[in-house]
Ligand binder design. Sequence first.
Ligand code: BES
Ligand code: MN
Ligand code: ZN
Length: 482
Amino acid sequence: MDIEFVAAGAAIPARTAVARIVFEGEAQEGPVAQAVAASRFTGAKGQTLDILAPQGTDAARLVLVGAGKKDAFNALGAEHAAASAYAGVKASGLETLRIEGIADADLAAHAALGVRLASYRFDKYRTKEPADKKPSIAKTLVVTDAADAALGAFADMAALANAVSFTRDLVSEPPNVLFPVEFARRVKALESLGLEIEVLGEAEMKALGMGSLLAVGQGSIRESQLVVIRWNGAADKSAQPVAFVGKGVCFDTGGISLKPADGMEDMKWDMGGAGTVAGLMHVLAGRKAKVNAVGVLGLVENMPDGNSYRPGDVLTSMSGQTIEVVNTDAEGRLVLADALWYCNDRFKPKFMVDLATLTGAIIISLGNDLAGCFSNDDALAEDLLAAARAEDEGLWRMPMPDAYNKQIDSMIADMKNTGGRPGGSITAALFLKRFVKDTPWAHLDIASTAWKKPSTVPTSPDGATGYGIRLLNRLVRDKYEG
Ligand code: BES
Ligand code: MN
Ligand code: ZN
């Protein structure tokens, strides 16, 4: 999608759909006022009114987009209004969308971001889609009083949109295409953004003692990988970094504790945490954030096989702590145990945030619009919740009562890998907490938000969301730069 910021007087190209952002109570003139009078359009948020071949303008179509009360209009309102405008005309056959009615440069930039996010599409495997079903809008003109300022404000937002698209692509790829080595290869290509990337294979991980992560991948013919992504944007290149760790299970069959067939295809999305961490590093580099940051991705495939790990196996993690496996489908925490320990041990970060599609139970607890936030540090948790609120990414703090630790006691090892059904997301978090020492840490269980079928926001099409990039990008920007 091409984006341009133009002045109100700029000529309207042929075959342009004009979307006019309209606030509640804002009066229209002439034939448009007549069309409004013949409808229920009031300018309320979410409303649209489509006017074909409007008289007295060069527009091929005019869409009125309700944006609610003018004094409550903000960045998110601009994104959503622009995204609805795009949705309304994307398959109209017209090539250009012009968005009018947002004077402010920063809000105009957010409108452009809304269009960028809403126009994401993963269609590389469709070979037979009829041309008249494909989106036709290829260019968006955003009208503003200050086009240069809007373009300036849009630079960081374009970096964000690029990163979100990168993550959505990773998460959408089928599991025969995106296995650990291929995931690592695609991340390695981000060196072009100035990121430093190391890829560790199974031999290196074995030498480090990562018996927990390696066990998960041992039933797969695909080699497990640990990817370390570094962005050193702070003035002091040796300043303590912030760190992010992602669960990257490229496909989760459950292993020997095999999942039921229904819906198993969704488990290609089980690398969503690693996808978000990669996307976050992408945006930090893309906008040259003044921070030192590390991303660690644990990439594996969980398969049933003659060489698979078994329920009953006892694993020795890099930390030295032993783990009795009671369910091979509780594999994400085994991957994160070693990835978190390694990250903490090597980088001594200011804090660690891990992201993982860790438990089905978080969907039962919080539904489809909230991820769970578990933390050993109230200040970090508060900062995450505030950033999530500001970016409209649903996040809810969850408790971690010490007493629940007894659910993961093992008869023969230091712990077992599941605590059973009651409080399943909580005992998973308590398990992870054992691998972070005293470092401030938060675990975001994003099983509920990494993908949406169907989507509930106009800026995110059905499927992979890229959840978490925005909130973490804001956390870094507001609290850890300069
Ligand atoms: N990847 C799943 C969690 C998941 C389930 C994500 C559904 C998204 C939708 C995870 O590896 C898993 O299988 N968790 C088990 C844990 C149980 C065996 C303790 C679960 O949630 O059932
Ligand atoms: Mn699993
Ligand atoms: Zn999983």
